[in-house]
Each structure stands twice: as C-alpha cells, then as structure tokens.
Design a protein around this ligand. Sequence first.
Ligand SMILES: Cc1cc2nc3c(=O)[nH]c(=O)nc-3n(C[C@H](O)[C@H](O)[C@H](O)COP(=O)(O)O)c2cc1C
Length: 278
Amino acid sequence: MKSSEMQTAANDALAKRYGQKAIPTIGGWNETIALLMAHRSIRAYRPDPLPIGTLETLAAVAQSAATSSNMQMWSMIAVTDQDTKAKIAAASQKQKHIEQCPLFLVFVADCSRNRRLGDAADTELASLDYFESFLVASIDAALAAQNAVVAAESLGLSTVYIGALRNQPLFIAELLGLPKGTLGVFGLCVGYADEHAVNEVKPRLPQEAVLFHGRYGVMQEKDLIADYDQEMGAFSKRHEMSDDTWSGRVLNRLSNPANLNGRDQLASILNAMGFKLK
Ligand SMILES: Cc1cc2nc3c(=O)[nH]c(=O)nc-3n(C[C@H](O)[C@H](O)[C@H](O)COP(=O)(O)O)c2cc1C
C-alpha cells in the first residue's frame, strides 16, 4: 500500500472509532493495526462449522499471550454441543448467539492446576489463597482470550465475549465439571457473522478522556463525554438501541446492583468455589 493510501485507510478507521470530530493524529499504520481498529462484537451467527484445526489455532495463539510469571493460570473449554450451549444461554440471559455460534469458548481463571501441582509435591501453596492469585488468573484468562479474538477476526471469523457467564457461576461449574479454584470468567462466541448482524464499529470515548500524560486528569472530561454521548446517540439510533446515550447506559447499568444479574453475589460465591481471596 502506498503511504497516501495508508493515510486514508488510517483516517477512515480512526473516524469510525472516534467520529470525525475526534480523530487523533497517529504515527504508525499496518495490517495488524487495521485489523485491531476494525474490531466489533457480533451477536448473530450462521450455523456453518469452523474449518478443521481452527480451535487448535485459537488455543495456540491464546497460549502465546503473556502470562504472569509463566504460571499459566487459565484454561479454556470448547463447547460445541447444542444442548450444553442451550443450557449456558439459558443461564446467561438467554443470549441467542450462544446457541447460534458453532464454537463457544469458556475462559477459565484456573488456580486449580497449580494447586494440584502443590498437592502432588506435598507443598502448601499458601499464596493461592490471596486475592492477588485470583486477579492473576483472571488477567491471564483475559489476555489469552483477546489473542484468540484477534486471531479469529484475522481468519474472517467473528466473536462476542459473554460476561453473563458469571451470572450463575456455580451452575456453569457443575455443567462443565469445573474443579474448586476455577471460575468461568467469561465466554466467547466464535463463528461466521450472519449477514443481518449489526456490523458497524462502535465508537469509543475520545482519546483525551482515557490517555493522560504523566498524570491523571479530569479537566475536560465532562465536555469529552458530552461529545461522545452525541456520537453514541447517533450510533444507537442507527441500530435502534433502547437507551440513546452512553452516559445514560452507564448510569443505568451501575446505579442498581440488580442489573448485575446475580453477579452482585460473586464475592461470596467465589468463596464457595474455593477462592479464599485473602
Ligand atoms: C468481558 C466482557 C464481557 C462481555 N459480555 C457481553 C455479554 O454478555 N453479551 C454481549 O452481548 N456482549 C458482551 N460483551 C461485549 C461488549 O458489550 C462490547 O465489547 C462493547 O459493547 C463494545 O462493542 P464492540 O466490541 O463491538 O466494540 C462483553 C465484553 C467484554 C470485554
């Protein structure tokens, strides 16, 4: 690609991500960055199966992500069985895409494998009982998953994360045979986008609202959010979403713990699942 073509491609992608009024000046562009900038979640899938070996490719890239101290405290469960996907969907606010997608990946924060390692070596792994270990396992799982998302998108596949997997963690643990010291932190639908799926890049907050130099700052925050509300309002209108502004959605989501759909109980449930979270 010529440099003028690259500049145009970059500007188009940035305009989609930030809106015309908030395009930042950037200093590098290539196919990888273009792919990352074009990300969008897809919530309608064709039933077509994935090519043989796709799962193993996704696992390989997921395992290639950085992992805290190389402890690799995450696992992944591939669910293709229709009945199991239907049960997961029923426990996850009936999200239809979970049943539609040919592959549903459950990403597991996994302290159990290293616990078994300790048990076999007759060594008490006291550090696993700290909140830090749960955080490490959750971060590991998230980094691995995001690698899989990027690779899937590079193969022409689509994805959507499913945080609603945490609505009923004990049910999911029972369904998937998860041992103590593990949590299905989120799921990931993988498949070919249905032609009717909403397929537009969703704008983000202007860079100035999230990128600070040297020191955190909130000086312009109100104005930046007001601009973003306009941008997201237009996006919502185009896609007939119920709430029109981003602020409205955030306020609604975070003002009432009932909107956590059971996840308000997570701390005590994690205890029952073998995480001590000291
Ligand atoms: C950890 C996590 C959990 C999510 N859970 C859900 C979910 O349960 N259902 C859903 O439709 N989208 C879910 N999403 C997708 C977000 O809604 C989506 O990423 C966000 O609206 C931005 O849109 P985009 O991914 O198209 O840019 C989740 C995303 C993340 C990162």
